[in-house]
Design a protein around this ligand. Structure first.
Ligand code: G3P
Length: 221
């Protein structure tokens, strides 16, 4: 089912009690409409959000270290214990090495956690798709946080990513993100062949978050 994945990043407007409030709103909109909405709250809010909502809650990042004698890291096992159903990997604002991407995908699967690997171009998207994550999310870094959706500014990178990944794997889903703001952008993403969108500021900074979420969901058709 096509999905809307909302990354709260470390925005203060979506941290602490505000993270809970926004996640609950997403949960209500999802129940009301049947739309698949996933949230990735700030890491320190993950456990509280996961225990308060029914929609899937994802980590924003995982460190490629094991649980135990490591300090200050976010481990995949800790994320699961805190209620995460999956994780973003290699977000543009938190890049990791390719070997670490592979390790996290491999360690997430046996734990039943989904992975959304963020990529910045076609070559990286293809390399990551070959590692068999659940999703690759193409996000041109220069469009992140901007006013123009990737589906308008660079539809080609989205359709090329979809085509290339389909040749590599029938099971890896494709999301696109950067500048996504409304239902038209979501509909355009689906028309370009994706399985949904990954966005942040369009929801976090929206004046009327409920109306924005309903509009985004309307784009799922
Ligand atoms: O993780 C989503 C993101 O990088 C896109 O951000 O603010 O352009 O929707 P934004």
């Amino acid at each position: 089912m096509p999905a809307i994945v909302i990354n709260f990043k470390t925005y203060l407007e979506a941290s602490g009690s505000a993270a809970l409030e926004l996640a609950k709103l997403c949960d209500h909109v999802s129940s009301e409409t049947g739309a698949s909405i996933v949230v990735a709250p700030p890491m320190l809010d993950l456990a509280a959000v996961a225990s308060a909502v029914g929609i899937p809650v994802f980590a924003q990042h995982i460190d490629s270290v094991t649980s135990g004698s490591t300090t200050g890291h976010v481990t995949i096992e800790n994320a699961k214990a805190s209620g995460a159903k999956g994780t973003l990997v290699n977000h543009s604002e938190h890049r990791i090495r390719i070997a670490e991407i592979h390790e996290i995908i491999d360690r997430a699967r046996p734990l039943g956690l989904s992975t959304i690997v963020c990529t910045n171009n076609l070559a990286v998207s293809k390399a990551c798709a070959a590692m068999d994550p659940d999703f690759v999310a193409i996000e041109p870094p220069e469009l992140i946080g901007g006013e123009v959706s990737v589906t308008t500014a660079n539809p080609r990178i989205v359709s090329d990513t979809v085509q290339s990944i389909r040749k590599i794997s029938g099971s890896v889903g494709v999301l696109c993100g950067a500048g996504v703001k409304n239902g038209r952008d979501v509909a355009a993403a689906l028309a370009l062949g994706t399985d949904g969108v990954l966005l942040a500021s369009g929801v976090v900074k929206a004046k009327d978050r409920r109306a924005t979420l309903m509009d985004l969901v309307s784009g799922l058709g």
